[in-house]
Design a protein around this ligand. Structure first.
Ligand code: COA
Length: 181
């Protein structure tokens, strides 16, 4: 399981988080999620698993600085979103959100993780490649806002060696976060 080092905290997304989540979403994607999308995911969609990443310097203060979400689709986990507030990027937090989803994937009877990413989104592709996702195909003109194709990336199998790899990555990530403070 993922150990979350203070002052960071990861928890399930709740309705009260949506305003902050939507602001990060607006700052992170060419086209923001449509109105009501996050509410629908966390209230109505039993197959959706959304998390928020908080920065909690003390008991009185906490700010949402990132979020992630995936759907359980039959025998696969499909990552639907991951974003870190622009002021907090480059610290290892996107990696923490992804690592968390990959650990959560082991709780389901699945052996495949899939996602779509824009060919122009090199940061996200590098993050996924670091976790051994591979490009397996394209969805032509998938993104309606820019007309861009989507790259389909997948990860499989979710076996014991990959879990050991995740544990090793977690160790490195925690060391990196400790240095950055
Ligand atoms: C993609 C995103 C979540 C990464 O979050 P982050 O906290 O900045 O990333 P991290 O600091 O955890 O970096 C983890 C890895 O991602 C890759 N990466 C992150 N930023 C990168 C950049 N600017 N250029 C190239 N690779 C980058 C690297 O592989 C990095 O590992 P390394 O530090 O060992 O090189 C963040 O850039 C973001 O929110 N982007 C907008 C939303 C988005 O595009 N989401 C993905 C949709 S498919």
């Amino acid at each position: 399981m993922l150990t979350i080092p203070p002052p960071y905290n990861l928890r399930k997304m709740q309705a009260m988080d949506v305003t902050a989540v939507k602001e990060i979403d607006r700052l992170s994607f060419p086209t923001p999620a449509r109105n009501g999308m996050f509410e629908h995911e966390i209230v109505d969609n039993d197959l959706a698993y959304y998390q928020v990443l908080e920065w909690q310097p003390d008991d009185q203060n906490s700010h949402i600085i990132g979020f992630s979400g995936y759907w359980l689709l039959g025998e696969e986990v499909h990552i639907s979103t991951v974003a870190v507030h622009p002021d907090w990027r480059g610290l290892g937090l996107g990696e923490m959100l992804l690592l968390n989803m990959l650990y959560l994937a082991y709780r389901h009877p699945v052996n495949l993780v899939t996602l779509e990413v824009r060919p122009s989104n090199v940061a996200a592709q590098n993050l996924y490649k670091k976790y051994r996702f591979a490009v397996v195909g394209e969805r032509i003109r998938y993104y309606r806002d820019t007309g861009e194709d989507a790259l389909i990336m997948t990860l499989s199998p979710l076996d014991a060696p990959y879990r050991t790899f995740l544990d090793r990555q977690q160790k490195q990530l925690l060391a990196r976060l400790a240095v950055k403070g």
